[in-house]
Design a protein around this ligand. Structure first.
Ligand code: ASP
Ligand code: MG
Length: 418
């Protein structure tokens, strides 16, 4: 197995001839292509962008919940589907939606071509289910663009250095789009989705949450790592490393959404923090008397995405996504350490570039938690984040109270982008 442990700057073939200005990568999520009517709407949107003079590359996700259905189907057939075959199966969803969009574009009188990840030149390592892009060979896309076509690329997939079909992890179409934007030297990467942008908190929990006009790459990385589902974490990393500006916006309106880009002074001025995120989808593991080096090496061998790590004496506490549970348990068993797991904790994070220059964020955070009777079990921080684990039923009250305490429902919280 050839695995890349991280993908700071995957090789991106220089565009030959240099990419023309006006290349636009537009990515549409599953809800945006959920039925035939929506597929036709996406097609018109692409045609509009093309008629406005852009070279248009579109990346589409599988229709609606199709990927989930394919995954369930696999487990109905086999208790432990082989990762290679699982990738072969679940990569199909994106092929279906991109072929359908190409058909709908043809009906609108323009030329379009759909490509699988492999045909589009997306080369990955060989880690099935979580492959990382190692190279983008974009010549076929360039050729199609040069002959005036709209190019549809199946998201979420590539071909490995051993010529197998791989997938990029759930939500991976975002990463496909960003990688293509980098490889093609696109002006921007537009992520079309069923929400209006990135919010100061989940609007289902905090009805007064505001849409941010702008967020820095670092903030978005922290938010994506702490429960904001709007972008796959790896896509943000990729965008930051290649300086690709992202525009997260609604498929169903023409309104501007949220721009993700380099930090600027306006992000630091107004609000101390940019948002409160939460997730219930992590498990917290406690391991007694293991060497941290052995523990994390073993977890890495099984490609477990470890998040928070806390060492207390000889005990190590770490968190990992619920979806990595099988691999985590397998790794811990192999290690032979004493361990326990709990999945009754949720993680709440407050994130903001302004934290670096405003004292008092921790004081306000913990006094707010005390006032709603929430008891942080574990705490971890970065220069622009404070995250803590709470009992599940304390999570929503804490998110609401923190949103209030940091005044995030005020118009100031939105920031500016121009
Ligand atoms: N269809 C894949 C998923 O559901 C990839 C994506 O939507 O980005 O995870
Ligand atoms: Mg997504």
């Amino acid at each position: 197995m050839s695995e890349t442990t991280f993908e700071p700057v995957p090789a991106v073939e220089p565009a030959e001839p240099p990419a023309a200005a006006g290349t636009l990568v537009m990515k549409f999520g599953g809800t945006s292509v959920a039925d035939p009517e929506k597929i036709r709407r996406v097609a018109s949107r692409l045609v509009e962008a093309k008629r406005a003079g852009n070279r248009v590359v579109a990346v589409v996700s599988a229709m609606g919940q199709h990927t989930d259905e394919l995954v369930s189907l696999a487990y109905e057939v086999s208790p432990q589907p082989k990762p290679r075959e699982l990738d072969m199966l679940i990569s199909v969803g994106e092929r279906i939606s991109c072929a359908l969009v190409a058909m709908a574009i043809a009906d609108l009188g323009l030329d379009a071509i759909s490509l699988t990840g492999s045909q589009a030149g997306i080369v990955t390592d060989t880690v099935h289910g979580k492959a990382k892009i190692v190279e983008v060979r974009a010549h076929r896309i360039h050729e199609a663009l040069d002959s005036d076509r709209i190019v549809l690329v199946a998201g979420f997939q590539g071909v490995s250095t051993e010529y197998d079909i791989t997938t990029l992890g759930r939500g991976g179409s975002d990463t496909t789009a960003v990688a293509l934007a980098a490889a093609l030297g696109a002006d921007a990467c537009e992520i079309y989705t069923d929400v209006d942008g990135v919010f100061t908190a989940d609007p289902r929990v905090v009805p007064g949450a505001r849409k941010l006009h702008a967020a820095s790459y670092e903030e978005m990385l922290e938010m994506a790592a702490s429960g904001a589902k709007v972008l796959q974490l790896r896509s943000v990393e990729f965008a930051r490393n290649h300086g690709v500006r992202l525009h997260v916006r609604s498929t169903f309106t023409d309104e501007e959404g949220t721009w993700i880009r380099e930090e600027d002074a306006r992000m630091l001025e107004k609000a101390m923090i940019s948002g409160v995120t939460h997730t219930l989808e992590e498990a917290v593991y406690t391991v007694a008397e293991a060497s941290p080096a052995d523990l994390f090496e073993t977890l890495a061998e099984d490609s477990v995405n470890v998040d928070t790590i806390i060492q207390i004496g000889s005990e190590i506490v770490f968190s990992a996504p619920l979806e990595d549970r099988t691999e985590t348990v397998a790794a811990l068993e192999r290690l032979g350490a004493r361990w326990s797991a709990r999945d009754d904790l949720g993680k709440v994070s407050i994130v903001g570039a302004g934290m670096k220059s405003h004292p008092g964020v921790a004081a306000l955070t913990f006094s707010t938690l005390r006032d709603v009777g929430a008891e942080p079990r574990y705490v971890s921080t970065s220069p622009i984040k404070i995250a803590f684990y709470l009992a599940h039923d304390e999570v929503e009250p804490a998110v609401k109270a923190l949103h209030d305490a940091f005044d995030l429902a005020s118009p100031e919280a939105e920031r500016q982008h121009a």
